[in-house]
Write a protein that binds this ligand. Structure first.
Ligand code: FMN
Ligand code: SF4
Length: 612
């Protein structure tokens, strides 16, 4: 251990220098140290602080926030097994047992010789090919007991993780490495994104237009954000363009952390040029010269592929100075790696993370379009949104507007996973029914569908006629299928544990309330809950929703509320007969009524229909 601390920490100054000793590049610096040393030692943090001009506490604040950074030594080979509910249903426990037996360590442990760490990690974006794992920067999918044993033994024999993807890994191009490791599982191509796409036609048209005309085209197309919230993209670009500022930024949200969502993974693999084309068009529209792609740490296997695409675009005059030969049109993009924190998908937290800070959401307003990255107006859009924008500039607003429904225009990438024959990505116009998507994916015996991931809505068969669109059932992409053998309360409890794990901890209702919610669900699962516990679930959920600062907290009770509304029998079936009144004694709604009045917030629980 002394060897690790004394010899390798001498590289810290060099690493910091490589990032210009810039405190805003703290996350990159710490990720580099983690990769080299397998942990961030106290000595390293002190050195980093001195190099970049931060306090030691500030460095430790960032280092301790992200799950891919470790303040204790980790193995040279870090094995992270995805423990998402889909992986659990697909054999996670058996895979864990093999690794534990072969490596002689339990989950959460590092081997005594410092060779291996074994951990579980939330959804790594491979639900269509579960069970999956990350081994250092390599993704392994469709793990079976036999494959897990083969992997463990190969690693123990000293083979590099890359060999597990291909015996001939080195000669492969960055793109070939990506597709050798991970299947795209594109099941349905559509007119906008996954069908034939001409290279940079949107950008060529955009440079002939005034910035305001670009924004107006996006507005007229009806494009809405594809990251979940569905904000009107044209309006967002206009807000940023109208701000008086010395500079502006364009930021692509490629954090894709919502369990069950993996569409951006496919776009980043197959359509990276289209995404960067969309970012470049946004830059032209709002007057930005710099952009960032924030790539989730779990997608580090895509890093070299994206860097090579960025380099090729610079070479082709599509990024950098005088894009397409147009004097004054300068724009370049930097890739910012994340480090294993779902909350960094929230745009404020994403910006914090890009600034080298812990990924905690920012207070809104001001919104990023006014005060975003480094305090400048910033357009934050999802990967799919930018890709759509590029196609709209090529094909026109009317073409895009005509696809879909009245309130939801264009196509959408749906990520189907779980109990179906053909999990994968389906590009389809908004407005198809859940039933139609289930039929396409071979999921006719579905009993429940989680639309929109854990923060979305769980529906039963009586709602399968509903439409996937902003007007009815909205989703950022995830459509997770469960058949009749699955335990709804197990799924609810898992999703709550996910939110407990991923809460940034800033607000007590989110940090603590979700733990209480999880305990209450455990009470139901144990058969100890009574009628009063239903009220407790509703009250506590309302409190978390009303008093949380960001979208994680305000949606985290959705697994409880939507299953209470749509699967009430699941709760009544496991209720005990007698009541002890213990939990009903504290009326949490009354307790917060004063605070609600001061903040002018409504009581959600009584105003909202959670079957919707
Ligand atoms: C907890 C949380 C996680 C989020 N994760 C993502 C994400 O992974 N990708 C994404 O594009 N948007 C995510 N969002 C939404 C972003 O905050 C933001 O609305 C989005 O990036 C805007 O882009 P769009 O308008 O193109 O959708 C998340 C929001 C919350 C509250
Ligand atoms: S709601 Fe949760 S995730 Fe959001 S700021 Fe509060 S504690 Fe953090």
């Amino acid at each position: 251990m002394a060897d690790l601390m004394t010899v390798r920490d001498t590289d810290v100054a060099e690493i910091c220098g490589g990032f210009g000793n810039d405190p805003h590049r703290l996350l990159d610096i710490l990720l580099t140290i983690q990769r080299q040393n397998h942990w961030i030692s106290p000595q390293a943090m002190t050195e980093v602080a001195a190099c970049v001009g931060l306090t030691r506490i500030e460095v430790e604040g960032t280092a301790s926030f992200y799950s891919f950074l470790s303040l204790t030594p980790k193995g040279r080979v870090s094995i992270r097994l995805c423990d998402d509910i889909i992986d659990r249903h697909a054999g996670f426990a058996a895979v864990v047992a093999v690794f534990e037996a072969e490596l002689g360590i339990k989950l959460g442990q590092t081997s005594a010789d410092g060779q291996f760490s074994l951990d579980q990690t939330p959804c790594i974006g491979m639900c269509d090919q579960a069970p999956a794992a990350m081994v250092n920067e390599v993704i392994l999918t469709k793990l079976t007991v036999d494959r897990a044993r083969e992997v463990a033994r190969s690693l123990q024999s000293g083979q590099r993780p890359e060999v597990l993807v291909s015996a001939e890994f080195e000669p492969l191009t960055p793109y070939q490495r990506v597709v050798a490791a991970v299947d795209n599982n594109i099941r349905q191509t559509g007119a906008v994104l996954l069908g034939p796409v001409p290279r940079d036609e949107g950008l060529r048209k955009a440079v002939e237009m005034a910035p305001e005309a670009i924004i107006e085209t996006i507005r007229a197309s009806g494009l809405r954000g594809c990251g979940g919230a569905g904000f009107t993209t044209g309006a967002k670009w206009r807000f940023a363009a109208n701000e008086t500022a010395a500079k502006r930024f364009v930021l692509c949200n490629a954090d894709e952390g919502e369990p069950g969502t993996f569409k951006d993974r496919v776009l980043l693999t197959e359509r990276p040029d289209l995404l960067i084309e969309g970012m470049t068009i946004a830059a032209r529209a709002v007057g930005a010269a710099e952009g960032l792609i924030y790539l989730r740490g779990e997608y580090v296997y895509l890093r070299d592929h994206l860097l090579s695409v960025l380099a090729a675009r610079r070479e082709a005059g599509l990024l950098g100075q005088s894009i397409l030969g147009i004097q004054g049109f300068d724009f370049d993009v930097r890739l910012q790696m994340g480090a294993g924190a779902y909350i960094c998908g929230e745009e404020g937290a994403l910006i914090s993370s890009c600034e080298g800070l812990p990924g905690t959401p920012k207070t809104r307003p001001p919104f990023p379009v006014t005060r975003g990255y480094l305090g400048f107006p910033t357009v934050v859009n999802n990967v799919e949104t930018f890709s759509h924008a590029a196609r709209i500039l090529d094909k026109g607003a009317a073409w895009f507007h005509a696809i879909g429904t009245e309130g939801s225009h264009g196509t959408k990438l749906f990520c189907v996973s779980g109990d179906c024959v053909w999990p994968g990505v389906y590009e389809l116009p908004y407005g198809l029914t859940v039933m139609e998507l289930l039929a396409l994916s071979g999921a006719e015996d579905a009993a429940a569908v989680q639309v929109g991931g854990p923060s979305g809505t769980m529906i039963g068969r009586d709602s399968f006629h509903r439409k996937l669109s902003f007007d009815d059932l909205a989703t950022g992409g995830a459509v997770i299928v469960f058949n009749g053998t699955r335990n709804i309360l197990e799924i609810v409890e898992y999703y709550l544990s996910f939110f407990v794990h991923e809460s940034c901890g800033y607000c007590t209702p989110c940090r603590v309330g979700n733990v209480f919610l999880q305990k209450a669900i455990q009470k139901f699962r144990g058969g100890f809950a009574g009628a009063e516990d239903i009220e407790y679930l509703k009250d506590l959920s309302a409190t978390i929703i009303e008093t949380s600062r960001c979208g994680l907290g305000t949606t985290s009770p959705n697994p409880v509320l939507t299953t209470l509304a749509n699967f009430p029998l699941v709760y009544s079936a496991v209720r005990r007969e007698s009541e002890d009144g213990m939990l009903a004694a504290f009326d949490i709604q009354s307790a917060i009524s004063n605070a609600r009045g001061i903040a002018h917030r409504r009581s959600y629980i009584f105003d909202r229909d959670f079957t919707k």
